[in-house]
Design a protein. Structure first.
Length: 487
């Protein structure tokens, strides 16, 4: 059990999808498992004119659904519900903030967190209205959900506007992938062990593959998704953050700025895309009707809220390279997609082959060593080695050393949002993006956005339930490589 100082968490978008599906269930779990919760106050804020009871009823239905029957406990729920409140508020109406201030002022806690689970177009206006209403104290924090902007210019504008009210150390730009247990484990693997570091460079690594594949489609978020696309939704943030953790130099401490300085260096070392690169080093796709786990699913253009002529990509594969001594010449292949064959998030580090084939052709198929760090659906670490097949002759075959975290550690794993919310409340910035990181990520992505905008062709079609368009395999094939699922 952990304890926490008293806090007020003011949740903008309090009755929205993210709050209901992720944030309130995460807070329920933390409340249930925390010794002293006397000082907890969670105030949902939203446009809907709900009473406190109606809000609590909606939150209860959603928590029951998303934490699962096994974890939902009536007594724990009632204790949690006692810390919930709701204030109807139009984020654009300065007058409404007085009502929020009255509720907060009833029993203000030292730590005040404003969580903006809203469209990014509201971030600046909410910050300004909070400032004008006198709600921002020196100990206040603001959490900004992604996507933060649509491009570099809009991200810079939002950051400047929010920055006029909150200091950088008060701003928590969230990327929930950084809160995932295996991402933390990747940091532990790299910097808590001496074993891999000597191998972790161009001298031993042939290529790195990072895949974030989902079987879900746009899940009723058609409007949002069609204006966003996979590059902004997944690559600019989640995939690049994972790449940073794989490729960064060891920081001198886990001090937030020490970690973030190293991640920034990686982002700045990314080889920029020229217009020609956009054609040869990126692939964008869009799913057509197909089947997932044997169930037919519609194509993207037939999903609710999607215009029939949409050119929004639901799949991206690209080849990144880093202009630095450690990684020069090592391709980092990144891929993400909706409606893919499996739900899978993994980092694959393919090592170079042995320099001389000692066992020759009798040895069977040789597969270079490979480290697979699996984030989803199960969390595991596999090291693929060559070993001798028992028997007379010297035949080799690949075997895997497998560390399955579910087997190794019993008990429920924290959801990423549980960890990140607790970090915000405790004032730990390490797992949140700094403004310059975000700018660098947008700066690198922008030529791809521009190149695709200029290119009038449609994204490459792929059948739902596959690993994406064939051009994704060709992207690696040209370098003599294959995605792990193809090999
Ligand atoms: C979100 C994206 O950031 O991440 C969603 O907006 C995506 O489109 C989700 O489905 C994936 O997260 P997870 O944790 O389910 O892999």
């Amino acid at each position: 059990m952990i304890s926490l100082d008293a806090f007020d968490l003011i949740l903008f978008g309090g009755s929205g999808d993210l709050a209901m599906r992720k944030l309130l269930p995460a807070l329920y779990f933390r409340h249930r498992d925390t010794a002293d919760t006397a000082g907890w106050r969670i105030i949902g804020v939203g446009l809907e004119d709900l009473s406190r009871d109606a809000y609590i009823a909606a939150a209860q239905a959603s928590c029951r659904k998303f934490v699962g029957a096994k974890n939902f406990d009536d007594a724990a729920w009632h204790a949690f519900a006692a810390s919930l409140d709701y204030v109807p508020l139009n984020a654009r109406s300065p007058a409404d903030y007085g009502r929020l201030r009255d509720v907060v002022d009833r029993a203000p806690a030292a730590t005040r967190v404003f969580y903006l689970a809203t469209a990014p177009s509201l971030f600046a206006c909410i910050s300004e209205n909070l400032g004008a209403a006198g709600l921002v104290t020196p100990d206040s924090r603001v959490v900004l959900e992604k996507p933060l902007g649509r491009d570099l210019a809009s991200a810079e504008r939002i950051n400047a506007e929010v920055g006029a009210i909150f200091d950088e150390h008060q701003i928590y730009r969230i990327d929930h992938y950084l809160g995932k247990e295996t991402v933390q484990n990747l940091i532990a693997l790299r910097f808590g062990n001496a074993l891999f570091e000597p191998l972790w460079s161009r001298a031993s690594v042939r290529d790195v593959q990072i895949t974030l594949a989902e079987t879900v489609g746009v899940e009723g978020r058609g409007d949002f998704y069609d204006g966003t696309g996979a590059l902004r939704d997944m690559v600019q943030n989640h995939l690049l953050q994972l790449l940073c953790i794989v490729a960064m130099e060891p920081p001198s401490s886990i001090d937030p700025d020490a970690m973030r300085d190293e991640k920034l260096k990686v982002l700045r070392a990314l080889r920029p895309f020229t217009p020609a690169d956009v054609a040869t080093r990126t692939v964008r796709g869009q799913y057509r009707a197909g089947a997932i786990n044997g169930q037919p699913v519609p194509g993207y253009l037939d999903e609710a809220g999607i215009p029939a002529n949409s050119r929004t990509e639901t799949f991206v594969a690209l080849k990144a390279e880093l202009n630095n001594w450690r990684w020069a010449g090592v391709p980092f292949y990144l891929r993400t997609g909706k409606r893919m064959q499996e739900r899978l998030a993994e980092v694959v580090v393919n090592f170079r082959d042995v320099p001389h084939a000692l066992f020759g052709s009798i040895a069977g198929d040789r597969v270079p060593n490979r480290l697979v760090i699996r984030l989803q659906p199960d969390e595991s670490l596999q090291l693929h080695l060559m070993a001798k097949v028992p028997g007379d002759d010297m035949r080799l075959r690949p075997v895997a050393l497998n560390l399955d975290f579910a087997d190794t550690y019993s008990g429920r794993q924290w959801d990423a949002y549980e960890r990140l919310l607790m970090d915000v409340i405790r004032g730990k910035l390490t797992l949140f993006m700094r403004r310059d990181e975000l700018d660098a990520a947008w700066r690198w992505i922008e030529p791809v956005l521009d190149g695709w905008e200029r290119d009038t062709s449609s994204p490459r079609p792929y059948t739902a339930g596959t690993w994406g368009p064939s051009a994704s395999s060709s992207l690696l094939g040209r370098d003599g490589h294959e995605w792990r699922q193809d090999s």
